[in-house]
Design a protein around this ligand. Structure first.
Ligand code: IMP
Length: 426
């Protein structure tokens, strides 16, 4: 049975829970990314003043469905869809300017006006075309041990940053020194990765990038500081990217991304102090997916994986790659709750499990193998449900099991792709 409510009633239902989240809420992926962060950020942004993206680059892909319109974000914060929300891309992000310009043009074509609503940090590092080439070259060199990166140049750009040879957005304003910096960086990149570089093309792209983004470039950390300490306290959503298990330090290294994807990493990326955070929503898919290589103890194979993949539309929104699918791994998520200080869970894509007879959940490991608790399926549609009371008992049981295991309330439950297909528990 379909249950649909209007977006205005969802927005109304969001008001109360959002106020219980306090003024600064971080939204963080609790698995290997693609948990559905875009949708919850979009829903909560209805009652926020600011959405701030902290780290990562165009390797991310947040999808939001509004009616029949599909929006996919790679670097732009999801808050751009709410006309009153001001959006920030923090200094922890890495920016490939031609891709950002493309994203801005595409969203403006879909009727979104960014004027005065987007700030890009002068501290953010630039991903050159050479970084993308280097990403591909490095993956080829790794051979069988490849990471399965998105080939968006993230690793090499973060490498340049750590080596202190990187070029930052603020450098664009000084064309005289920019050329020297870019040339020096390209020289090193070509030696390190054995790639051909094109300094003229890089410079042309950088100057076009400056022209297209000049109005957005700012000291974002200082503006956020003012917003948080001003007379009228602003409500901020911190938009996490990727997932905690892809974190450079705490994830399944080396099968990780090159940034800090946790709450702490997001704060660092935005230049915010830790005590400012009032709540952290861990976004958790009702099952597990992973793109790229690396360990995945609860991974399914064959028809079982295909069924979940097709029902859940589990294909990468950045690369289109089929995602690996498997059972929910609560044993792996438990430390993620602690690591991020998760105060609430947004369980996403519950409806994808509607047809399952039995739903195994990993609750620990024995000799490296997952130990499962087998929970009964509900075998009825929950698609589009908006009220907790209407959920079948076995679906409630599944959610309650997760809450008890993680010791965190599941406050939001996704029951479909649409903005309005969500249960908000107060
Ligand atoms: P990179 O971030 O492109 O270097 O990729 C490193 C690993 O992180 C690969 O396994 C990617 O598939 C994965 N990854 C990076 N960004 C995302 C994301 O937004 N969702 C899911 N996986 C991601």
């Amino acid at each position: 049975m379909w249950q649909r409510s209007s977006i205005s009633s969802i927005v109304a239902s969001v008001k109360k829970p959002l106020s219980s989240l306090g003024s600064v809420c971080a939204i963080i992926g609790a698995q290997w990314g693609d948990e559905g962060k875009g949708k919850v950020i979009d829903v909560l942004a209805a009652e926020a003043d600011i959405v701030a993206r902290a780290v990562g680059g165009a390797n991310a892909g947040h999808t939001v469905l509004i009616g029949t319109k599909k929006f996919v974000f790679h670097l732009l914060p999801t808050g751009v869809l709410r006309p009153k929300v001001v959006n920030f891309i923090g200094g922890g992000a890495v920016v490939h300017l031609p891709s950002l310009l493309e994203e801005i043009a595409s969203i403006e074509k879909q009727g979104v006006n960014l004027e005065g609503r987007l700030f890009l940090s002068h501290q953010a590092h630039i991903i050159l075309n050479a970084h993308k080439e280097a990403d591909t070259a490095l993956e080829e060199r790794r051979g069988k041990a490849k990471i399965g990166t998105t080939k968006r140049g993230i690793g090499p750009a973060m490498g340049s940053k750590a080596l202190r040879i990187g070029v930052r957005i603020g450098d664009l304003f000084d064309p005289a020194t920019l050329k020297d910096k870019v040339t020096a960086e390209l020289d090193l990149l070509s030696q390190m990765f054995g790639i051909l570089t094109n300094p003229d093309q890089e410079m042309a792209d950088l100057l076009a990038g400056l022209n297209g983004t000049r109005e957005y470039i700012a000291d974002t950390a200082a503006i956020l500081h003012d917003a948080l300490t001003g007379k009228k306290k602003k409500r901020i959503l911190i938009e996490g990217a990727q997932g905690s298990m892809l974190d450079l330090d705490h994830g399944t290294y080396p099968y990780v991304t090159s940034s800090a994807t946790t709450t702490a990493g997001a704060l660092q990326g935005l230049g915010l102090p830790p005590q400012i955070v009032t709540s952290v929503i861990g976004v958790l898919k009702a099952y597990t997916t992973r793109v790229g290589e690396g360990p995945f103890p609860t991974e399914l194979q064959g028809a079982d994986a295909d069924r979940i993949r097709e029902r859940g539309g589990e294909y990468g929104s950045t690369t289109g790659r089929p995602r690996r699918c498997g059972h929910l791994d609560l044993a792996a998520v438990k430390p993620v709750v602690w690591l991020n200080g998760i105060t609430h869970v947004n369980l996403t894509k519950l409806d994808v499990l509607d047809a399952e007879d039995v739903i195994p959940v990993c609750i620990g490991y024995e000799k490296g193998m997952p130990r499962y608790e087998k929970l009964p399926g509900w075998k009825t549609s929950t698609r589009g449900f908006t009220a907790w009371k209407d959920l079948p008992p076995n679906a409630k049981n599944y959610i309650t099991f997760i809450e008890k295991f993680l010791k965190v309330p599941v406050m939001l439950i996704g029951t479909g792709q649409g903005r309005e297909e969500m249960i908000v528990r107060s």
